[in-house]
Write a protein that binds this ligand. Structure first.
Ligand SMILES: [Mg+2]
Length: 250
């Protein structure tokens, strides 16, 4: 059994550790629990996630699964891939043995869309043209927004929707709560029963259901007490990860 922790809204928010989260991870590990971090945020390279976690006192080498990894798993080695996304997606597609292309005049087998700040009409035009010409459309995740210290910003789902609409094609989505992400997580931790801790019922809660895991909702992210009750119904609920782990290990 493993503890699968979402990052944004569970471990950190706007780049700052949520109080008590590093200590909670240490307590779980001291109790012999496997802890893995499961994030839909694809822009950052996995090694950078690991460094950021280490910087707040959480060693995490080899313990991070991002939606970029799950998206890259939908690409075959040797394929040419137009990446509309950040360094995290470029790296994972490269690791998979596929070729990242920027000029699609020669055609692309796959278009992978993730979160990037370099998105404009020219990018949308190129990506949708590649899909219309036959490329498969893959999204890292379809979150409409993601939480930052400056409030909610447009997420990968907003960019993916633009490409999908412009190309007239529905995307295959890799990240939580979808099966490719479940496959990537289970490849790392093996069969459950696991506990999925998250702040979003529509991604983390549904992902827990897909894994057959317990869903632990924490109120330290996008879901507030005023929004309760939520579906799917959490198996566990706490103000934050620290309180959750204190109650579970008591
Ligand atoms: Mg979250």
């Amino acid at each position: 059994m493993a503890w699968l922790l979402d990052l944004d809204g569970v471990v950190w928010l706007g780049g700052h550790a949520i109080a008590g989260a590093p200590e909670a991870v240490a307590r779980l590990r001291a109790a012999g629990e496997r802890v893995v971090f499961v994030t839909n945020f694809s822009m950052t390279r996995v090694a950078e996630h690991e460094e950021r976690l280490a910087a707040i006192g959480i060693p995490a080498t080899g313990d991070v699964v991002s939606s970029a990894t799950a998206a890259a798993d939908l690409v075959e080695p040797g394929e040419s891939v137009l990446v509309v996304g950040g360094p995290g997606v470029v790296e994972e597609v490269g690791k998979r043995g596929a070729r990242v292309v920027t000029d699609t005049d020669a055609g692309a087998d796959v278009v992978v869309v993730g979160l990037t700040f370099d998105f404009d009409y020219a990018v949308l035009r190129k990506a949708s043209a590649a899909v219309r010409a036959g490329a498969r459309l893959v999204g890292t995740n379809d979150d409409a927004t993601y939480p930052t210290g400056e409030g909610l910003l447009p997420g990968a789902g907003a960019l993916l929707a633009a490409v999908a609409v412009a190309s007239g094609t529905a995307a295959t989505v890799a990240g939580k709560p979808n099966q490719p992400m479940a496959d990537a997580v289970l490849a790392l931790v093996g069969p459950g029963p696991h506990t999925m801790v998250g702040d979003r019922p529509d991604t983390d809660g549904l992902f827990a259901q897909r894994l057959g895991a317990r869903f632990a909702l924490v109120l330290s992210g996008v879901t507030t007490a005023a929004q309760l009750p939520v579906l799917p119904t959490p198996d566990l609920m706490a103000a934050d990860l620290g309180a959750l782990v204190a109650a579970e290990l008591a």
